[in-house]
Design a protein around this ligand. Structure first.
Ligand code: G4F
Length: 326
């Protein structure tokens, strides 16, 4: 029998890669989209335009995390076996500007979904996209699934609430509920206001003579960056295991924003010194420290490992930008 999966946040970077993976595995895929989403220009456009897929194996429903009645109705109708919860306000910097919206979608939105699952006659296996931002200023380097939460921004705090709720619903209500603690993961489909895409896009535009300057905040900031395609495979693997648990997905390697700049500009034979400028507007009120993950548990239990090294990731993103501008 064909398996049915449901994805919140299906139009995002991770949602689009996960949709491709699940369709490739023979699933029917359903997704919740906002009324305002434009599918023609979205990351799903290639699937939306394919008459053999759209409305045959891929189905989109207007529903949102702040409208639990509609979500409930859709989930009762679709009856998925697996639910991947990827939606939420995911920009850390923005979460300082709109903390209530961030908590409404990222924290309360997750709780609302868990409440709906409790009422379903046959609840699906549930994946929650948690984040390295849970750890903020961590007491342990590298972090593991047992590192204490110490968030330092509204986004991390909302994720900490949601992650702990997932554990509570797993332990007290018996749901098959999994937290995937995802460290930074990027791709050519990354949103343009995240730093890797911003840099790769600017490097390509400079190469084409379309722009001359790139303004950034703290270029000494470091992250553990992997490829989104690898991380959605981890999501899927975590729901195929016999028992629900929490898993951390990371490369275990730290790089700075400066490393991203140098790799992207070098890929296009440009000298970054002629173009990169500092702008305090992009500084954040607080920066996390040493967010780098130890994915040993995912490797041992799920057989997961990241396949794309940092340099290959940034080169792929930069070349993709050049192609788009061609
Ligand atoms: O690309 P970023 O905006 O990603 P950040 O804040 O690490 O968050 C991402 O990864 C988290 C962990 O997986 C997710 F939970 C979250 O949803 C999101 O996907 O910023 C990376 C670093 C920061 O230290 C930031 O201060 O880059 C620094 N940075 C420097 N200049 C900048 C800029 N970030 C942005 N977005 N724009 C700049 O101009």
């Amino acid at each position: 029998m064909t398996k049915i999966a449901f994805i919140t946040g299906i139009t995002g970077q991770d949602g689009s890669y996960l949709t491709e993976l699940l369709l490739g595995q023979g699933y029917d895929v359903h997704g919740a989209v906002r009324r305002t989403s434009s599918l023609e220009r979205s990351r799903l456009a290639h699937l939306y335009a394919d008459a053999t897929i759209y409305n045959r194996r891929l189905f989109l429903h207007y529903a949102d995390l702040d409208d639990p009645t509609t979500l409930r109705r859709v989930l009762f109708k679709v009856k998925p076996q697996e639910l991947y919860h990827l939606a939420g306000q995911s920009h850390v910097g923005l979460s300082f500007e709109i903390p209530e919206t961030t908590c409404e979608f990222t924290a309360m939105g997750t709780l609302r979904l868990l409440e709906i699952l409790r009422d379903l006659p046959d609840p699906p296996r549930f994946f929650h996209a948690a984040s390295s931002e849970l750890f903020g200023r961590p007491s342990q380097v590298p972090q593991t699934e047992t590192t204490p939460f110490a968030p330092i921004n509204p986004y991390g705090c909302a994720k900490a609430f949601a992650t702990q709720m997932v554990r509570i619903y797993r332990e007290t209500h018996g749901l098959f509920a999994v937290n995937g603690i995802l460290f930074n993961h990027e791709s050519p489909r990354r949103g343009e206001n995240f730093v890797t895409r911003k840099i790769c896009r600017a490097a390509a535009a400079i190469k084409k003579g379309l722009q001359n300057e790139l303004t950034l905040g703290d270029t000494r900031a470091q992250r553990d960056w992997g490829h989104a395609r690898d991380y959605v495979r981890g999501m899927w693997l975590s729901l195929q295991h016999a028992t629900p648990d929490d898993y951390l997905f990371a490369t275990g390697k730290l790089h700075s924003v400066q490393d991203v700049i140098e790799t992207a500009f070098a890929a296009l034979a440009l000298d970054w010194r002629n173009h990169v400028k500092f702008d305090a507007h992009f500084l954040r009120p607080a920066e996390p420290l040493q967010l780098v993950g130890d994915a040993s548990k995912a490797r041992t239990v799920l057989g997961w490992s990241p396949q794309t090294p940092f340099t290959a990731l940034i080169q792929e993103m930069t070349r993709a930008e050049l192609d788009t501008l061609a």
